[in-house]
Design a protein around this ligand. Structure first.
Ligand code: IMP
Length: 487
């Protein structure tokens, strides 16, 4: 086993030459970016979040092992690093204060500097109402959003009618005027929603302003031009990690539009979201799940079972998701079926959903699980150009004899060129081409030394690395901070 000090030194060596590091998700979210940031931020001074809003949920642990789930505040809070909420992140005042209170309790009141950008789009209750309407209007083709109004925040910002954080510090009349612009644009929709019984209490601009102004003084000292703060820090040689939210497949341009979140979740989004010049971005680490997952709607070429069934399975069988005999027997039986070669798609889907406790951190919805998908990762590599990969939850393959791995996409009867994707609306015509890759019987939970992994696990990783042509620097083998192989 590698000791914590050895691991820290290895990480230090790995990232030494990179003054900045962008962390992005390679799949459709929930890859474990929080854990990777948590581990690597030791070697950085600042953690800056550059996109997304309250729909994201990042889980980190404090040095004392206390679990923190943050939606808005960068993961740096857990380790007392300077936190920057850059302009590309959507800001929700009420949630921020709630999160700050909860998190500061968990870190023993020791809160680092947290900077909020003066021109980030500002959330209002109308954003969530609009989202409700848009999802309703989509009928059977819902996006399956987190319901936090993230799409409307981005959309209305682009329509140039969004309030911004800095508006909170003008006189009440001025704030009401800004809010009124947005309200007037949405009023016809709100009237229709009221007629249809989709909304009852819709606050007026005066009411929204009043609420905001009560809380605004609590953040006044944190509101700055974050691009300037980051630029100064970088110029002085400080080291900055850029925390991505969501993932490549959920990026509004490079994901599976319209089944995406909003904002720029890919690596280049760090430049747009922070206002720093491109040359400041030295390296990217792309975090990928060994078995990718997806919540909400949209294409998922390597999906094991059905989305609908995965969504409700945890609610139908909560007992399988709690420690105990029911869970153990379920996992044992399903694994036996898989290893006898008799598993149907739902057997795979249920086994891995239960094993990985694949439920959304923000919504509690069941996540649908997919097989390891090399063509998708090649696409994500092309978009993000990562220097490093972090492969999380590798321990989920322990005990499996062999895993079907997607090694190519057949499309319209032909193999697609590596890294190429058809448009979203034709992705259902992709036929994944599978290869069975041998796994291992030994439990690798918690192993953090490559040499200590079973030979088959080592070979699996090396083969994957060859296919992807990117250094797999980190391999997760359990939720604990040091349950990760550093290579
Ligand atoms: P929105 O971000 O609420 O607009 O949701 C759009 C899509 O992104 C939906 O499919 C969500 O389930 C998905 N999504 C948003 N945030 C996350 C996340 O943190 N993890 C996984 N999926 C997410």
């Amino acid at each position: 086993m590698t000791t914590q000090t050895e691991q820290k030194n290895l990480l230090g060596k790995l990232f030494k030459d990179h003054q900045t590091l962008v962390v992005v998700g390679g799949n459709w979210g929930d890859e474990g970016k929080g854990k990777v940031i948590d581990l690597v931020m030791d070697h950085y001074d600042i953690v800056a979040r550059f996109s997304g809003g309250s729909g994201a949920g990042h889980t980190v642990k404090t040095p004392k092992g206390v679990k923190i789930v943050s939606h808005l505040i960068p993961c740096g809070l857990a380790q007392n690093k300077v936190c920057v909420m850059a302009r590309g992140e959507f800001f929700d005042l009420k949630l921020f204060l709630k999160e700050l209170e909860e998190c500061s309790g968990l870190v023993g009141g020791r809160v680092p500097p947290i900077w909020i950008d003066q021109m980030s789009p500002l959330w209002t209750p109308w954003h969530a109402l609009l989202e409700n309407w848009l999802e309703h209007a989509r009928g059977n083709s819902k996006v399956g959003t987190t319901g936090k109004g993230i799409g409307p925040l981005e959309g209305l910002f682009k329509l140039r009618i969004s309030p911004l954080v800095g508006n909170l510090f003008s006189e009440k009349d001025k704030l009401v005027n800004v809010l009124n612009l947005l309200y007037q644009g949405l009023l016809p929709i709100f009237s229709e929603m009221q007629k249809l019984g989709l909304a009852t209490d819709i606050p007026t601009p005066e009411q929204v302003a009043e609420q905001l102004l009560i809380q605004a003084p609590l953040i006044a000292e944190r509101v700055v031009d974050t691009a300037f703060v980051l630029h100064e820090a970088y110029s002085k040689g400080q080291r900055v990690m850029f925390e991505g939210a969501q993932a490549t497949g959920l990026d509004s341009h490079w994901g599976t539009y319209p089944f995406v979140s909003s904002g720029n979740s890919v690596a280049s989004g760090a430049a747009i979201g922070t206002g720093l010049p491109m040359e400041y971005f030295k390296a990217t680490i792309m975090v990928c799940k060994t078995l990718p997952t997806r919540v909400g709607a949209g294409p998922f070429p390597s999906e094991m079972g059905s989305r609908e069934a995965s969504l409700v399975f945890p609610k139908q069988h909560p007992e399988f998701f709690e420690p105990g005999q029911a869970r153990e027997e379920f996992l044992k039986d399903k694994l036996a079926v898989i290893n006898q070669g008799q598993a149907n798609p739902e057997d795979y889907a249920q086994y891995f959903q239960v094993l990985g406790d694949e439920r959304g951190a923000t919504t509690g919805r069941g996540r649908s699980v997919g097989f390891l998908d090399i063509p998708w990762l090649r696409y994500a590599n092309r978009i993000n150009n990562p220097k490093f990969l972090a492969l999380t939850r590798f321990d989920m393959l322990s005990g499996v004899k062999q895993l079907p791995v997607v090694v190519g996409y057949k499309y319209k009867g032909q193999m697609l060129a590596p890294s190429k994707l058809p448009p979203t609306w034709q992705m259902d015509q992709i036929e994944p081409v599978y290869e069975n890759w041998p796994c291992w019987q030994e439990d690798i939970y918690g192993i953090n030394d490559f040499a200590a992994l079973p030979k088959a696990a080592q070979e699996f990783l090396l083969k994957l690395e060859q296919h992807l042509n990117v250094h797999i620097a980190l391999v997760g083998t359990g939720p604990e901070r040091d349950a990760i192989v550093v290579r």
